[in-house]
Design a protein around this ligand. Structure first.
Ligand code: PMP
Length: 383
């Protein structure tokens, strides 16, 4: 096919390394996969009822572009429980956090604008940036995968980026924002002309008691856009619902991108998510407790196997170093899959600083985790 027919920007990006690896796993029928960021819990009962209720009541037409009032109001209530203040008119419902990210990037970026993106990080930030002809500038995290505030300030001064992307709790490392970093970052944002896009899709999976976010400061709200979603919170990844929060000066433009992109989030699912927030917060707590147990188990197994690994405090990923094995993360994962019959994601799928690590998702049952770690243990003895 004539390559000139494809946009240069699109040619410049790749299929996500997570998906690439997941697709490979399908060829190994006997392998255990710990690749996907998808909770193994069933959809909570009341959400199912909400979906069915919406169907039976013919709630199948377009909703307003921004989404149904009831859910936006309930999101506003939820956010207040983690000290984040957005009213319903500052919240737009989207087709997953993915669409929210895409809408926001499209709304704010011109070609050649610079975007500070953490590495390692969820690959969408860099790909969205490149798709718009903007320029990603990676900033590395510290040894605990937390923000290196001095480095960020230095890069803001040097590169004059338009946008700073942050994401806590983090995919792929499981790190969460700490108070000290939040407060230091706040001072920097106050002093500089920059917009923060903060992806907090794992907000309900912070294992610490207190939740810290840059979106908790009212006086810099005009410099912050928040991304959220329900895929992970309610174990409903395939139902595709998320949201973004922004002040009106952004929202009035974002809504145009959202309108031409999808018109509105799926109507039935909007009602389902509403039931989730109203009736399923105990399920969320239950799932969190299970993830904490699995996190503890995965951490213990990995440290016993001699891996150097940070103790994750949120999301459902653990990100051990494989440096001592003298293999690229891709080779390590290929061999582990082919010889050890366990699939995990190469750290390189999460950017430059992901090399030397592997991402293990513990959003899988205890039995699967146990079997996978047994296989890893056995395989390590052979290499
Ligand atoms: N942000 C992060 C950090 C993620 O890990 C994901 C999904 N893996 C998303 C956004 C998008 O999720 P969804 O579109 O399912 O809401």
């Amino acid at each position: 096919m004539d390559d000139r027919l494809i946009s240069d920007y699109v040619k410049n990006i790749e299929v996500s390394g997570i998906r690439k690896f997941f697709n490979k796993v399908n060829k190994y029928q006997d392998a255990i996969s710990l690749t996907l960021g998808q909770p193994d819990f069933k959809l909570p009962k009341e959400i199912k009822e909400g979906l069915i209720h919406a169907i039976n009541n013919d709630k199948t037409g377009y909703t307003s572009n921004i989404g149904i009032n009831e859910l936006r109001e309930e999101i506003s209530v939820y956010l207040k429980t983690i000290n984040i203040d957005y009213n319903k008119d500052e919240i737009c419902l989207t087709v997953g956090g993915s669409e929210a990210l895409f809408d926001v990037f499209t709304t704010v970026l011109n070609p050649f604008d610079k975007v500070l993106i953490p590495t390692p990080a969820y690959p969408a930030y860099e790909s969205c940036t490149k798709l718009l002809g903007a320029i990603p500038i990676n900033y590395t995290l510290n040894a605990e995968f937390l923000l290196d505030i001095d480095k960020i300030e230095m890069l803001i001064k040097k590169e004059k980026p338009k946008v700073l992307v942050i994401s806590f709790p983090t995919n792929p490392t499981g790190a969460v924002m700490i108070k000290e970093d939040r407060d230091k970052l706040y001072e920097i944002i106050k002093r500089n002309n920059i917009l923060v896009i903060t992806d907090e899709i794992y907000s309900s999976l912070c294992f610490d008691k207190d939740y810290y976010s840059i979106s908790q400061f009212k006086d810099i709200k005009e410099k912050v856009i928040l991304i959220g979603g329900f895929s992970k919170m309610f174990s409903m990844t395939g139902l595709r619902i998320g949201y973004l929060c922004a002040e009106d000066k952004y929202m009035k433009h974002i809504i145009k991108v959202h309108q031409y992109n999808t018109s509105c989030a799926p109507s039935i699912v909007q009602w389902g998510a509403l039931y989730g927030l109203k009736y399923c917060m105990e399920d969320v707590e239950y799932m969190k407790k299970q993830f904490i147990k699995r996190r503890n188990y995965a951490y213990e197994r990995l440290t016993n196997l001699g891996f150097q690994v940070n103790f994750p405090k949120g999301a459902f990923y653990i990100f051990p170093s494989i440096n001592k094995y003298n293999m690229s993360s891709e080779r390590f994962c290929n061999r582990l899959l082919e010889e050890g019959k366990v699939a995990v994601v190469p750290g390189s799928a999460f950017g430059r600083a992901g090399e030397g690590y592997i991402r293990i998702s513990y959003a899988y049952s205890y039995e699967e985790l146990k079997e996978a770690f047994n296989r890893i243990e056995k395989w390590l003895k052979t290499i």
